[in-house]
Design a protein around this ligand. Structure first.
Ligand code: DC
Length: 229
C-alpha cells in the first residue's frame, strides 16, 4: 500500500503527540516528535549556560555550538514509543519538565535552530510512511504532505491536560502557572517571525476539546482511510 506523509500541527498541549504516536503505530509508520527536537536543543542551551536566569539567550554562543547538537530517536520496546536522545544521552523525561517548557519557545524562534531542525526532519521523512507532529510541518517541513491535520482545543482544557500529566509524574505544579505558560507559548509560537504557527490552507481542523482519545483516533483513521482508498 502507498505510504503517505501525515503532518499534524497545532497548539501546545492538545494531545498532538499522543495522537500522532498512536496513529503511526496503527499504520506501521515512523513517528517524529519535532517539539522534542526543539526541547532537546533548549536543554543543550540550558546545560551549556547559554540561557541566563532572566531568560536571555546567548544567541551567538548557541550558533557556534549548533553543529555539536545531535538529536536522535530510539525506539523504546517497553513503552512502544521512541525516546529522545541528546548527543547520545536519553533526555525523554527531562525535556518535558517545566524549566525546559518555559524556555523552549525562545529557542524555537531562532532562525538557525529552525533551519538545522527542519533539515533533519525532511531527511527523516524522506520517502513517506511518516507521521510528524509540530507547528510548521504542513506549512514548511512538508508543504506537499498528503494529509495535514491542524489540532486545537481551548487553553483551559490544554492546561488541565498538562497539569494532570505532570501531576501523574509526581511533579508539584500549579494550574494557573501552567495556564499562563500555555497562553504565553501560543502567543510566542503564533507571532514569531520565522515559521509562525498557522494552519496550512489545505489542513483539516480538529478541535478535540470535547473528544475522547478513542473518538479522536477513529476520526483520524477515517481521514487516512478516505485518502488511501
Ligand atoms: O509540541 P511541544 O510542546 O513539545 O513543542 C515545544 C515547543 O517547540 C513549542 O513552544 C513550539 C515549538 N515547536 C516549533 O516551534 N516547531 C515545531 N515543529 C515543533 C515545536
Amino acid at each position: 500500500m502507498k505510504k503517505i506523509t501525515i503532518a499534524i500541527d497545532g497548539h501546545s498541549s492538545c494531545g498532538k503527540s499522543t495522537m500522532a504516536k498512536d496513529l503511526a503505530r496503527e499504520l506501521g509508520y515512523v513517528y517524529v516528535d519535532t517539539g522534542a527536537m526543539y526541547r532537546a536543543v533548549t536543554l543543550f542551551a540550558m546545560e551549556a549556560g547559554f540561557i541566563s536566569p532572566e531568560g536571555a539567550v546567548d544567541v551567538e554562543a548557541l550558533r557556534k555550538s549548533m553543529d555539536r547538537v545531535r538529536v536522535t530517536f530510539q525506539f523504546n520496546a517497553e513503552t512502544g514509543r521512541p525516546d529522545t536522545y541528546l548527543n547520545g544521552v536519553r533526555v525523554e523525561d527531562r525535556i518535558r519538565m517545566m524549566d525546559v517548557s518555559s524556555r523552549v519557545s525562545l529557542i524555537a524562534a531562532i532562525d538557525f535552530v529552525r533551519a538545522a531542525m527542519v533539515a533533519q526532519q525532511q531527511e527523516m521523512g524522506q520517502g513517506g510512511g511518516v507521521v510528524m507532529d509540530g507547528r510548521d510541518i504542513g506549512t514548511t517541513v512538508f508543504p506537499h504532505a498528503e494529509l495535514k491535520i491542524f489540532v486545537t482545543a481551548t487553553a483551559e482544557v490544554r492546561a488541565q491536560r498538562r497539569y494532570d500529566e505532570l501531576t501523574a509524574k509526581g511533579e508539584v505544579c500549579n494550574f494557573e502557572e501552567i495556564l499562563r505558560n500555555v497562553q504565553e507559548r501560543d502567543h510566542i509560537d503564533s507571532t514569531r517571525a520565522v515559521s509562525p504557527l498557522r494552519k496550512a490552507d489545505d489542513a483539516i481542523v480538529l478541535d478535540n476539546s470535547h473528544l475522547t482519545i478513542p473518538e479522536q483516533k477513529a476520526w483520524l483513521l477515517s481521514q487516512v482511510a478516505s485518502l488511501l482508498q
